[in-house]
Design a protein around this ligand. Structure first.
Ligand code: ADP
Ligand code: MG
Length: 696
């Protein structure tokens, strides 16, 4: 029998439909209020909800529950407890209390806290986020939770994300009130993340220490065919991958994740999956789950999914497109141009607010996507540059330009609108052209932030985006609330904001070198590497912004800075150590053995008076590269030792960037050349050819 989407969709989720079935009417109404409007949950309701969840979970065969959270490691964490409790007369009882639902206390001492939690105070708490449904994964009832310390500091990514959503909700509603929306109870940011990944055959993966330890290849010569024919992008999906995708979709649907679009990406063995958008915290939870389930289902198909930003040199890496908008609980998308002049004015106000937010907080957006892996993409000719800019498209740019110049825009006399006191044409819906090179592109009814790395949690960039926009909206509301002449003030605000921040708008080709120069002239940031970008998070004005919007306090910002810098440093150190291991134990010995074979052949041939030109030629070439590799290896070895003695986390990050990474490159180069000179049967691990075409 064929399973249909409706059969399985959300079957593993305790969603509102199931709550309705399992809960008394008034209990259901209470929990609904909590979910929709963020009303606090009283303990009695929690008790009833917990009981219902347990009944449902047991009926689905679950045995355990866990508080599922998102520590600062970037992955998700869970610690399982079974429902088992001692019952009467040596019996067992299956229990799950309201307290257990609402609050957990995992030992937090081994999660990174950047000094927020002294080791003697290992206690961390998890608290249920009722706006994200409870679900069952591998027989475990998972409760999405926020994770914080004894002192109340956020130790995770969800807490500040929820706070940033609250900030933007408050400010957007202030603005909307001025436009006469009295019925709006909440404004939520919506996100649809497109996720890229690679698939490689498990057998080849397991022969590569670099893939196993670091998720990317640290050695490897280019294979004859890369992505130059563009024959993979949107190509026919091969049968093995298709059957993987079928199972993947099924598993995602069961968890209520609305997997919608799937296709081959640009590079060989690269793919993309995109769900239908949802509110940001759910989209974030779902994206974390999606990454986990892609990996699990791939294994079941004898493959390994690589979520790393740059698994292979010479071909495109992987990113994540964060499609972002704002929506009211009454169903209005605030980034959709309206049907009436009044709505268009409101649209333009939100638009220029975002333009201002992105311009003023380029540094925060940039650093929110900074990681060791993403450093390989940003600025390379495949992903947006490290420079933040906005693509608006010609029509919107012209309209804003006309407002700035006090022109009345006269494209079509019948097609006009009023913005405040000006006369302008009606904004056509879906009028934007496609631009693939912009890091932050308006795509008709949302912005698409294209810089995030494929393995990153989208919490990071959305925290920044929400906070920055919330702060600007609060400024706008301050001005407009005080205005005597609302229309005139609004008009002026749109005009002046655009004028002041239009330098961030760039509708051209972001991959072009000329843009780098132009951006510099405009005074835009070009923060090339992670250690360049991260220190901006602790600038006093940024700390002030986070505090003003109640998203992060100073200690939280400082601790996150330290954690992120250390993570960068540790990742590169692991890569360096892995390279040393592979070079010393695998590559150099193999090449040396092959040289020996060649030398033996040379002497046997010579003894018989036969030419040994190939052997002699290759021995020379290989030996000179072997010498280079050996020198580079010694250099990298000594640098990793120097590095291990650096205590200061900032110095360490800059040391790996400036010393370790160049030393790694210097080791890779001769090794990759040797790969092209050595007998394939001698080469110690699968080549790019096998990795990239091995699943086809
Ligand atoms: P493309 O590849 O053309 O950019 P996709 O269909 O792959 O488009 O992905 C677009 C994503 O944007 C989807 O996840 C979609 O649900 C999402 N999206 C659409 N409208 C909104 C919105 N208002 N807010 C957030 N995301 C949205
Ligand atoms: Mg896309």
């Amino acid at each position: 029998m064929n399973t249909t989407i409706t059969d399985v969709f959300a079957s593993k989720v305790f969603d509102e439909a199931k709550m309705k079935d399992y809960l008394a009417k008034d209990t259901f109404r209470e929990i609904e209020k909590t979910i929709r409007e963020g009303k606090p949950l009283n303990p009695k309701i929690a008790e009833a909800v917990a009981h219902a969840m347990k009944e449902w979970a047991l009926s689905e065969g679950a045995t355990h529950f866990t508080h599922w959270f998102q520590p600062l490691t970037g992955v998700t964490a869970e610690k399982h407890d079974s429902f088992l409790n001692p019952g009467k007369d040596g019996d067992i009882a299956l229990e799950f209390s309201g307290k257990e639902l609402v609050k957990g206390e995992p030992d937090a001492s081994s999660f990174p806290s950047g000094g927020l939690r002294a080791t003697f105070e290992a206690r961390g708490y998890t608290a249920w986020d009722p706006t994200s449904y409870v679900f069952i994964k591998n027989g475990v009832l998972c409760i999405p939770t926020a994770f914080y310390s004894y002192t109340g500091h956020a130790l995770d990514k969800k807490t500040p994300l929820l706070r940033s959503m609250e900030a933007i909700d408050i400010q957007a509603r202030r603005v909307l009130k001025l436009f006469g929306y009295d019925d709006v109870k909440t404004v939520k940011t919506t996100v649809g993340p497109e996720q890229e990944y690679f698939l490689v055959d498990k057998e080849y993966f397991e022969k590569r220490k670099d893939l196993m330890y670091t998720g990317r290849t640290l050695f490897g010569a280019a294979c004859p065919k890369g992505q130059e024919l563009d024959d993979h992008y949107f190509g026919k999906i091969n049968d093995r991958v298709q059957s993987f995708m079928k199972d993947l979709n099924l598993e995602l649907w069961k968890l209520g994740i609305q997997a919608k679009t799937e296709h081959n990406e640009v590079a060989p063995a690269q793919f993309e999956i995109a769900p239908i958008f949802s509110t940001t915290n759910i989209a974030t939870d779902h994206n974390q789950l999606t990454m986990e389930i892609i990996q699990r289902v791939a294994k079941e198909h004898g493959m390994v999914a690589l979520l790393h930003e740059k698994p292979f040199e010479y071909i495109n890496g992987s990113g994540k497109h964060n499609n972002w908008s704002l929506s009211t609980d009454t169903g209005v998308n605030l980034l959709s141009p309206g049907d009436t002049p009044q709505k268009d004015a409101q649209f333009l106000l939100f638009l220029v607010s975002i333009i201002k937010a992105v311009d003023e907080h380029q540094d925060l957006l940039r650093l929110s996507v900074a990681s060791a892996g993403n450093d390989h993409r940003l600025g390379a000719n495949e992903a947006p540059p490290a420079i933040i800019s906005i693509f608006l498209g010609d029509q919107l740019t012209n309209i804003l330009q006309a407002i700035e110049n006090d022109d009345s825009y006269t494209e079509d006399a019948n097609d006009r609108m009023r913005v405040g006191i000006d006369i302008l044409p009606k904004i056509k819906k879906d009028s934007t052209d496609r631009n693939r090179t912009s890091p932050f592109a308006f795509t008709g009814n949302r912005f698409e932030f294209r810089m995030p790395g494929s393995s990153a949690s989208i919490a990071g960039c959305n925290i920044m985006l929400n906070t920055a926009v919330a702060d600007v909206l609060s400024e706008m509301a301050d001005i407009l609330e005080k205005a005597d002449d609302f229309d005139a003030t609004l008009h002026n605000l749109i005009k002046e904001t655009y004028k002041k921040h239009k330098r961030i708008i760039f509708n051209g080709n972001g991959y072009d070198d000329a843009w780098v120069e132009e951006a510099e002239k405009r005074g835009l940031y070009n923060l090339k590497s992670t250690p360049d970008a991260l220190p901006y998070s602790v600038k006093p004005e940024n700390i002030a912004l986070f505090e003003r919007q109640h998203v992060l306090n100073k200690e939280e910002v400082l601790s996150r800075y330290e954690i992120n810098m250390e993570e960068y440093t540790k990742i590169i150190n692991i890569e360096a150590l892995t390279m040393l291991d592979m070079a010393k134990k695998d590559i150099l010995p193999s090449v040396s053995r092959f040289t020996k074979t060649l030398l033996e052949t040379i002497s046997s041939k010579k003894a018989l008076g036969i030419y040994a030109s190939y052997e002699e030629g290759f021995v020379q070439k290989i030996s000179s590269k072997l010498k280079e590799a050996y020198t580079a290896l010694e250099d990298l070895d000594s640098k990793t030792k120097t590095f291990s003695e650096i205590e200061d986390f900032e110095k360490a990050a800059f040391y790996v960037r400036d010393e370790i990474i160049p030393a790694m490159d210097a080791l890779r180069e001769p090794c990759d050349v040797m790969e092209t000179l050595t007998d394939a049967s001698e080469w110690p691990f699968p080549t790019y050819g096998k990795l990239l075409y091995g699943i086809m």
